[in-house]
Design a protein around this ligand. Structure first.
Ligand code: NAP
Length: 531
């Protein structure tokens, strides 16, 4: 079992009752271990009795840590004092399950090693238990050059019961090295990456037999960059169900922090009883980082990587990647020149698909209370000339709709027209004014205008002068927020509206079907997103 451990910093004796209440909340949420961070309390004149009270009232087995300044803590006292406090904890009536000490401190002086050994022996004599030592190593700047020798030192140090390696990941590939360390461990190990790229190591620790993963309590906030809360781990990522045979899926893109993919796909896996997990897989922009990351995910022993959703800015990279690997590319991906779904089959062969095109058409048809085939002849204005606009254009032309592309950069709109003009009725629009609005049955926003976090979050693709009425349907592909400035205006004018969640759900349901061979439970994804 991999413990979920919550770290709680306690600065002064007055904070003890609150800290104990927070620990109890964390246990209630599902934490199975508490790390008491005593860096500041250990320096307080009344610190020791407060520390002993924490140990006595700890609602779960605990790790006692007095972290030194040079490894991210605040303790700057002398080592003799630190060791005597550790020893006092060890011989108390409620000793901690583990003491944490930095490997660097252990290695710094023979004198300190001797004192720690004496303290450990003393605890063993007085309490008739062995005080278990965690030797730890932290690097906030990145992967330490001597990572492997640090691990070897932990393994070879006899009083070390658990080795702990933590560093800030530079890409998701760093997590894979941590998984190798866990797989080859010769004693219990904690191997976690911090930061945006490290989330994977925190979620998948149980798959590789990690001793614990750290999480934040709902009330306390994260104590290290990239930490999830206990609830997120257990409810969003089904941490308690993850084991060695769990198949791994995820969303590759940049950024992916706000992706709704983990919410819907993990609930879907749960509903159909599939041993799988779906996680964020941030990959920096650029073909080289995409290719290197995908190759390593696919080849990583024991990862059981089953595939991924691919989003901005990598959809074209996925298409190229699968083509170059000699994999199977579906018809929609080939026509659009981009894909959003990767499947890695058991024998390692690859296929990719583009579920955006069909999803856009399904969402529009559903919102207009028609079948996709009934969109034949419909006049549709598509705003944008990026990946989503291309996918929508491809899907709409396939069902016989007449498409006019509007885009800020006209040459990009013309490029789409040139690529698709053999497939149906497509043209490039000029200025979209009040007169233009009446010429369309549907207007679709395929740009990022209106998206939270984008550079035009409070704007709409339609000029203020344009008035709409109930003869037109307005669809947005932006889904954060669900009600964009465009949709608010369209609704107040009396137009029919379709928010971006409709297309998101349709493409996610299609991906789920491709990976599992099963239909996503009716209405599940919609209800998850609406919560
Ligand atoms: P993309 O390839 O980067 O294309 C972005 C498009 O937006 C370009 O046409 C760009 O115009 C235009 N644009 C950006 N900022 C603009 C501004 N301030 N004013 C006018 N036009 C602007 O992106 P994409 O992959 O097509 O995605 C577009 C949007 O679709 C995303 O923001 C996302 O919200 C949404 N999306 C939705 C789903 C879903 O399932 N609902 C799935 C994927 C994406 P230029 O050509 O002039 O640069």
């Amino acid at each position: 079992m991999t413990f979920i451990c919550v770290s709680i910093f306690v600065d002064a004796p007055l904070d003890v009752p609150h800290a104990i209440a927070r620990a109890a909340d964390s246990v209630e949420q599902g934490a199975r271990m508490i790390e008491w961070r005593l860096d500041a309390l250990a320096e307080h004149p009344e610190g020791l009795p407060a520390i002993l009270e924490l140990l006595e009232k700890s609602p779960a087995p605990c790790i006692a840590t007095i972290r030194a300044e040079d490894e991210g803590g605040t303790w700057d006292g002398d080592e003799q004092t630190r060791i005597s406090i550790l020893e006092a904890m060890g011989v108390s009536d409620h000793p901690p399950a583990y003491f944490d000490l930095e490997l660097s401190a252990w290695q710094r002086s023979a004198n300190l090693r001797q004192k720690v050994r004496l303290a450990v022996d003393h605890v063993a004599q007085v309490r008739d238990i062995s005080a278990r030592l965690v030797l730890s190593s932290h690097d906030f700047g990145g992967r330490p050059a001597n990572l492997l020798s640090r691990v070897a030192d932990m393994v070879e140090t006899e009083p070390c019961a658990v080795g702990k390696i933590v560093f800030t990941a530079r890409s998701i590939r760093d997590n894979l090295e941590m998984f190798d360390l866990l797989t080859e461990r010769q004693k219990p190990m904690i191997a976690l990456c911090m930061g945006e790229y490290g989330e994977m190591s925190r979620i998948l620790a149980p798959k590789f037999g990690g001793f614990l993963t750290f999480a934040a309590s709902e009330t306390g906030g994260a104590t290290a960059p990239g930490q999830l809360t206990v609830r997120q781990l257990r409810e969003r990522f089904r941490f308690d169900q993850i084991g060695p045979s769990t198949r791994v899926y995820g969303v590759v893109g940049h950024p992916v922090t706000h992706s709704l993919g983990p919410l819907v796909h993990n609930r879907g896996f749960d509903a159909v009883g599939m041993d799988a997990v779906y996680i964020p897989l941030p990959v920096a922009p650029g073909w080289e980082s995409f290719k290197a990351s995908l190759l390593q995910l696919i080849e990583q022993p024991g990862l059981d990587f089953g595939g991924c959703s691919v989003t901005l800015p990598h959809k074209e990279h996925l298409f190229r990647f699968v083509q170059e690997a000699g994999g199977v590319v579906d018809d929609a991906s080939r026509r659009i020149g981009a894909a959003n779904t990767l499947v890695v089959l058991e024998d390692g062969s690859l296929t990719c698909a583009n579920t955006d095109a069909e999803a856009a058409v399904r969402a529009l048809a559903l919102g207009m209370e028609k079948s996709p085939a009934e969109l034949s002849g419909a006049r549709v204005a598509v705003f944008g000339a990026g990946g989503v606009a291309r996918a929508m254009t491809c899907g709409l032309l396939e069902v016989g709709a007449k498409v006019v592309i509007f885009n800020r950069t006209k040459s990009r709109a013309e490029a789409i027209r040139n690529d698709f003009e053999a497939d149906g009725d497509i043209s490039v629009g000029g200025e979209f004014d009040a007169a233009a609005a009446s010429k369309f049955d549907a207007i679709i926003n395929g740009t990022s205008v209106g998206m939270i976090g984008g550079d035009a979050a409070d704007q709409s693709i339609l000029p203020r002068s344009v008035r709409l009425d109930d003869s037109v349907t307005v669809m947005d592909t932006v889904y954060t927020p669900r009600m964009t400035p465009l949709l608010i205006k369209a609704q107040s004018d009396g137009a029919r509206i379709i928010d971006g969640s409709a297309m998101f759900i349709a493409q996610a349901e299609a991906q789920f079907g491709i990976w599992t061979g099963m239909t996503a439970p009716q209405g599940l994804f919609e209800s998850v997103i609406s919560q």
